[in-house]
Design a protein around this ligand. Structure first.
Ligand SMILES: Cc1cc2nc3c(=O)[nH]c(=O)nc-3n(C[C@H](O)[C@H](O)[C@H](O)COP(=O)(O)O)c2cc1C
Ligand code: SF4
Length: 432
């Protein structure tokens, strides 16, 4: 079995450079990826990204090269690049570390993307609470402009491209790419019905690449070292490294970078230092609030897109939230569902009403209503939300609910029979 150590590719500069000095980035080979890209045709750059098999790190794992190719091949003259830096997923703090610690890497990745797809303008839509990220990005953009790395005729070529930072207003749904585009256009952040997808109808109706921060941060490295090198990292289906935000009941909660496919067990016990006080692991929520609950028997799962899909879960943002034997699963699910109920934008009924019904059903479980049909009703509601909700926010609520019920059924049943357990306190407080 392959042994995994931490592997710093995307984080190689974080903590090692002063993120406010472009000189530090340049000294470590910064903007060499852009120089390499400008020596090749846009189609060749897209070809390299396709060959690298880079998958988007925003959650869905969509092939990045394919997305870029669709925009490159569009007939529209005006095209855009948008970076999704909304990072609202609970337990997720990876994009923040990249933006605060190495902002030029993102700017370089976006500029290469702009060149590859024929865009002249790009936007970075940053979560409003990330004040330091915003400040550092703005500073880095102005430094790049002064050095001819952004703006007109970049590095003496015929390619012109510029970037703007826009702050979001704190709605989780604005991380969904079409809601983000609406918000970027100055409108209410409501998801659009897809199709059409942003590659056809994006910002102001023009073809637009929307990529996550971490996705774009991979691009300079691929341009410098080549797709073949990139594919030596990770798995065949999901090459490269991944940033894994570790949180919850761990001795060392933090952000780690490792090759795709690292077992969940290694993340928890080696990189996260195991559970405090020798406590037993009860379960893990993988991929953020819209992720899946995994049981201790599943710890050997490789943390890459395909392996997690194969067990009915998803990599999502890569977030790993660990909870120990003292946690109540009903309590954890309560927090997840309250989050969804709060963040549902209200545009469609299945999600707006479904999330509230789920909370009321969970309350019946916790209070020991004694009616086992409640659990089947919860599954019915999530199924309805999956098929009838307008956007992936409502559609994905089924994953935490179904996996919690599947993996921890006995805990649900004992609450139904006996009412709140001693660990239910937090939930009761939320009710009050
Ligand atoms: C409710 C919701 C929230 C999302 N939040 C984010 C986010 O904060 N950051 C992000 O990159 N993608 C987020 N996504 C995924 C985006 O819609 C989109 O798939 C992603 O930005 C595409 O970039 P990628 O191909 O580089 O992964 C979210 C999706 C949903 C449904
Ligand atoms: S599924 Fe939820 S978040 Fe998405 S459009 Fe409907 S109400 Fe809004």
């Amino acid at each position: 079995m392959k042994a995994f150590a931490e592997k710093k590719v995307l984080l190689s500069n974080v903590g090692a450079i002063d993120p406010e000095r472009i000189e530090d980035y340049l000294d470590r080979g910064g903007y060499e990826g852009l120089r390499a890209a400008l020596k090749r045709s846009p189609a060749e750059v897209v070809g390299e990204i396709k060959e690298s098999r880079l998958r988007g790190r925003g959650g869905a794992g969509f092939p990045t090269g394919l997305k870029w190719e669709l925009v490159l091949k569009s007939r529209a003259k005006t095209r855009y690049v948008v970076c999704n830096a909304d990072e609202g997923e609970p337990g997720t703090f990876k994009d923040r570390v990249l933006m605060e610690g190495d902002p030029h890497r993102l700017i370089e990745g976006m500029t290469i993307c702009g060149y590859a797809v024929g865009a002249k303008r790009g936007f970075i839509y940053v979560r409003g609470e990330y004040a330091l990220s915003i400040r550092r990005l703005e500073r880095a953009i102005s430094q790049a402009r002064q050095r001819g790395l952004l703006g007109r005729k970049i590095l003496g070529s015929d390619f012109s491209f510029d970037l703007e930072v826009r702050a979001g207003a704190g709605a989780y749904v604005c991380g969904e790419e079409t809601a983000l585009l609406e918000s970027l256009e100055g409108k209410r952040g409501w998801p659009r019905i897809r199709p059409p997808f942003p590659v056809d109808y994006g910002f102001r109706g023009k073809p637009t690449v929307v990529n996550n921060v971490e996705t774009l941060a991979n691009v300079p490295e691929i341009m410098c070292r080549g797709a073949a090198w990139y594919r030596t990292l990770g798995t065949g289906d999901s090459p490269g490294t991944k940033l894994y935000p570790l949180s919850g009941a761990l001795n060392r909660p933090r952000l780690v970078e490792a090759e795709m496919g690292v077992p969940l067990r290694t993340l928890i016990y080696d990189f996260g230092g195991g559970l405090p006080g020798g406590r037993e692991l009860k379960g893990v929520l993988v991929g953020g609030a819209a992720g899946a609950f995994l049981a201790p028997e599943e710890l050997d799962v490789p943390m890459d897109f395909k392996s997690l899909w194969e067990i009915g879960a998803g990599l999502g943002s890569g977030a790993v939230l660990v909870f120990d034997e003292t946690a109540c699963v009903i309590d954890v699910l309560w927090s997840v569902l309250s989050f969804f109920a709060h963040e549902a934008c209200g545009q469609c009924t299945p999600c707006r009403v479904g999330t509230v019904i789920l909370l009321s059903l969970l309350e019946k479980v916790q209070n020991g209503s004694g009616d086992p049909a409640v659990l089947e009703k919860m599954l019915k509601v999530t199924h309805l939300m999956k098929v009838a909700s307008l956007c992936p926010l409502g559609q994905s609520v089924r994953l935490p609910v179904e996996t919690a019920l599947e993996k921890f059924r006995r805990e649900f049943e004992s609450h139904l029979k006996e009412g709140p357990c001693p660990q239910c306190k937090a939930t009761t407080e939320v009710h009050a």
